[in-house]
Design a protein around this ligand. Structure first.
Ligand code: SAM
Length: 218
């Protein structure tokens, strides 16, 4: 359902209140969540769940991330208008829309061809235009580097060196790192040639596949 009526807007408002209570403070992140219609990413049968703070299946064994997770990662990314951001794991495209709403230029890469094609065709219908790419994002996107920010939306077994090297000076990488069940949210900031690392809570993502990710699905 592409229509965005008062009911959907009301539910979105409630979701934003919930995210604020859960600790999200960046008003620009909350504003973006308030603007992007999450329900349009859901099949009719699942529509009633669109504004619950939960991850949901989007086909191909993949998920649209939980709103809190999207908000948390976006907040840690310290997005500024004009930032050049690489997103690894396009999925439904919802996260990319949030980054675009915040004024970033977004490059997004997806390893699953069906999802890549579906999202590449769907997002422009909503007016959102990131640069789409199909392939293994665990190695980043060297041809378009450096990036001000890199966000990985799948669980990685380790921090790929290639991603760190594709960060601009002052750049930030946010990546969940751990085993297949749970991952610690890690933020790496490149500052004066040094890498500053911070660790946050545990999350549960689908695996980052590919050369610098997990070798098999499960
Ligand atoms: N950001 C997405 C959204 O807003 O809907 C959610 C992403 S979903 C949790 C993780 C995605 O990462 C899946 O679509 C999966 O196919 C993709 N993925 C896994 N390994 C990848 C890789 N090496 N390169 C690019 N995408 C990958």
């Amino acid at each position: 359902m592409l229509k965005d009526d008062y009911k959907q807007r009301g539910l979105r408002n409630k979701l934003v209140k919930k995210l604020r209570l859960k600790g999200i403070q960046d008003e620009r992140v909350l504003e973006a969540i308030n603007k992007v219609p999450r329900h349009v990413f859901f099949d009719d049968a699942l529509l009633v769940h669109a504004y619950e703070d939960k991850a949901f299946p989007i086909g191909e064994g993949q998920t649209i991330s939980q709103p809190f997770t999207v908000a948390f990662q976006t907040e840690k990314l310290e997005v500024k208008p004009g930032d050049k951001i690489l997103e690894i794991g396009t999925g439904s495209g919802y996260q990319a829309c949030i980054l675009l709403e915040m004024g970033a230029t977004v490059y997004t890469i997806e390893f699953n061809k069906v999802l890549y094609e579906r999202t590449r065709d769907f997002l422009p219908q909503l007016g959102y235009r990131p640069y789409f790419s199909y392939g293994d994002g665990s190695k980043g996107m060297p041809a378009k580097a450096p990036f001000d920010k890199i966000i990985v939306t799948a669980g990685a077994p380790f921090v790929p060196d290639e991603l760190v090297s594709q960060l601009a000076e002052g750049g930030i990488l946010v990546i969940p790192v751990g085993d297949r069940e749970r991952q610690l949210m890690v933020k790496i900031k490149k500052k004066d040639g040094q890498l500053l690392r911070e660790e946050f809570d545990y999350f549960a993502f689908v695996p980052l596949l590919g050369e610098q990710g997990w070798k098999k699905k499960g």
